[in-house]
Design a protein around this ligand. Structure first.
Ligand SMILES: Cc1cc2nc3c(=O)[nH]c(=O)nc-3n(C[C@H](O)[C@H](O)[C@H](O)COP(=O)(O)OP(=O)(O)OC[C@H]3O[C@@H](n4cnc5c(N)ncnc54)[C@H](O)[C@@H]3O)c2cc1C
Length: 506
């Protein structure tokens, strides 16, 4: 105990995405004396999170908000003093459109991801045929599945609500959120609450209606303090900046990739490849520092360094984690490597408002696979969050690729843009060219939670538990959303502190 108090624990976090940052922050928060090193391969921390400000537009290049129905994102923002920066979705536009036969239709009011909370809007929608509506209504009488086995989201929804509800409503909503092939997506790993509703209430419609009946009447849709999604006024990069500013100077080392790890007594030795202009990130970190470091990446000039640590948190994407763990536990590495990833591209487009014929009176539009559209979805970003575009202009964020059209995620911008612009012009009656355009490519960034994912993760965690003083975190395991990644990182930090000092419960 005395020794622990004199010798700070040395802990390395590998991977500086939101999971790794949350882990490093939690370590320092719980034990200000421990020495934390965060190794990030890229030129800036944040992983996929990246906000750009240009021509008066605030462009989120990947994630643009996070869900508030789980606490971890909000809690971290509060602890970081960012609560007054949280921005809710514009209540005037909390509805979504769906493409049908090339035209935009409103998603039936009260249809939440996989099931209706209200029947009349479903009965009146122009998206479903009369037969499709009757089939959806029959859900009320279909006996529930009693076993606990996993199944695909597609199989689940077809079984309960019929093919049309799946093709026209659920596939585009769920497919866009997870950039996934919904035929393979695990219902238990992604939206287990719908299987719980089936089990507990016998029917999704019955469960949803009971939930709506029992919710507190506050005059607001969710009765909660925040809208279902929130973002930060200065962009999600401000979350990254705030975390970095709370870490001791020199904690975050960018341009530093871990290439090999090995056991070293009870601890670990980490080999890194550093760019010769490796940057130490501290509380003076600014966007200009990021720009400077981005321009100083010279991949040919690497130096190899071994360093020793008492404990390790691997917050790298699972294919990288697999490579690092290959020499240590080949079975674990194989399981990690078996998690597929899809890629997307985000096309951000600014327009003069008067160029857009559609009133943009919603959050955005999703396109079902059966429509064969080149886009997965388009978010009306400046309607959702008005501060994102200057007066008189609109910002649209178009998602392409995913598991449905992987080739589009990596297509050259010269070929991709005409496809996207043509589709948007037709859907939203746009005249003329955008005044602003940026494309961000995110190859292989979205882990695919296929059927059986929960068992796979349980196996991975059982193997990892046999390795002392090592924890895994990141979007490959218990949720891809920002709050899930924060929770994963923080939990990994808490477990590391417990295992590193079993006598000293925190
Ligand atoms: C286009 C897109 C849109 C999204 N939209 C939303 C949204 O609106 N809301 C939401 O909640 N979620 C959204 N997500 C999901 C969410 O943003 C991600 O799942 C989450 O940010 C991933 O965090 P992470 O730390 O697990 O991984 P990453 O952000 O991928 O971070 C991993 C880090 O590890 C580093 N690394 C890799 N190899 C090494 C190495 N050898 N050594 C050191 N470092 C290494 C990488 O450079 C990277 O910085 C979106 C994701 C994408 C791609």
């Amino acid at each position: 105990m005395g020794q622990q108090e004199h010798q700070p624990r040395r802990i390395a976090v590998i991977g500086g995405g939101i999971a790794g940052l949350a882990a490093a922050h939690r370590l320092v928060e719980l034990d200000p004396h421990c020495s934390v090193t965060l190794l990030e391969a890229g030129p800036r921390p944040g992983g996929v999170l990246s906000t750009m400000h240009e021509d008066g537009f605030q462009v989120e290049q990947s994630a643009d908000n996070f869900i508030t129905t789980v606490p971890w994102g909000l809690n971290l923002c509060r602890r970081l003093g960012l609560e007054d920066q949280l921005v809710q979705t514009n209540p005037a536009y909390r509805r979504t459109f769906v493409v049908r036969r090339g035209r935009m239709h409103l998603l039936p009011d009260g249809f939440l991801m996989m099931a209706p909370t209200r029947l009349w809007p479903l009965a009146l929608t122009g998206i479903l045929s009369p037969l499709g509506k009757i089939r959806a209504g029959v859900e009320y009488f279909i006996p529930p599945r009693r076993d606990e086995a996993d199944e695909s989201m597609a199989a689940f929804v077809r079984r309960r609500l019929g093919r049309e509800v799946f093709d026209r409503l659920v596939e585009p909503l769920v497919g866009a959120v997870y950039a996934a092939d919904v035929e393979k997506l695990s219902v238990l790993a992604t939206l287990p609450r719908f299987r719980e509703m089936e089990r507990d209430h016998g029917s999704l419609i019955r469960a949803m209606r009971r939930q709506m009946k029992n919710r507190p009447r506050t005059g607001r849709e969710s009765g909660a303090r925040y809208s279902m999604f929130v973002t930060l006024r200065d962009g999600l990069s401000s979350l990254v900046e705030r975390i970095v500013s709370r870490l001791p100077a020199d904690t975050v080392q960018v341009n530093t990739a871990a290439t090999r790890i090995e056991r070293h007594g009870d601890g670990w030795r980490v080999w890194t490849e550093e760019n010769d202009e490796c940057r130490m990130m501290n509380d003076e970190w600014t966007a200009s520092a990021v720009k400077a470091s981005e321009s100083s990446v010279h991949p040919s000039s690497f130096i190899l360094h071994p360093s020793s640590f008492d404990a390790l948190i691997l917050a790298t994407p699972s294919p990288v984690t697999a490579k690092l763990l290959q020499p240590i536990d080949a079975t674990l590495a194989a399981r990690l490597a078996s998690i597929d990833h899809s890629g997307t591209a985000i096309v951000s487009l600014g327009y003069e408002s008067d160029r857009i014929g559609h009133p943009l009176d919603g959050m955005g539009v999703v396109a079902p696979a059966v429509e064969r559209s080149p886009i997965l979805a388009c978010s009306f970003s400046s309607r959702k969050y008005p501060h994102r575009a200057p007066e008189g202009k609109e910002l649209l964020r178009v998602f392409v690729g995913g598991a449905r059209r992987p080739e589009l995620a990596e297509m050259d911008d010269d070929r991709l843009l005409p496809l996207v612009l043509d589709e948007l012009s037709q859907l939203l009656h746009i005249r003329g060219e955008p005044c602003f355009c940026r494309v961000a490519h995110w190859p292989a960034t979205m882990p695919q939670y296929h059927v059986g994912h929960k068992e796979l993760v349980a196996e991975i965690e059982a193997h990892a538990a046999a390795l002392p003083n090592l924890q895994l975190a990141g979007n490959a395991y218990h949720g891809v959303g920002i709050p899930d990644c924060i929770h994963g990182g923080e939990s990994a930090a808490e477990r590391i502190l417990e295992s590193c000092s079993p006598l000293k419960k925190l």
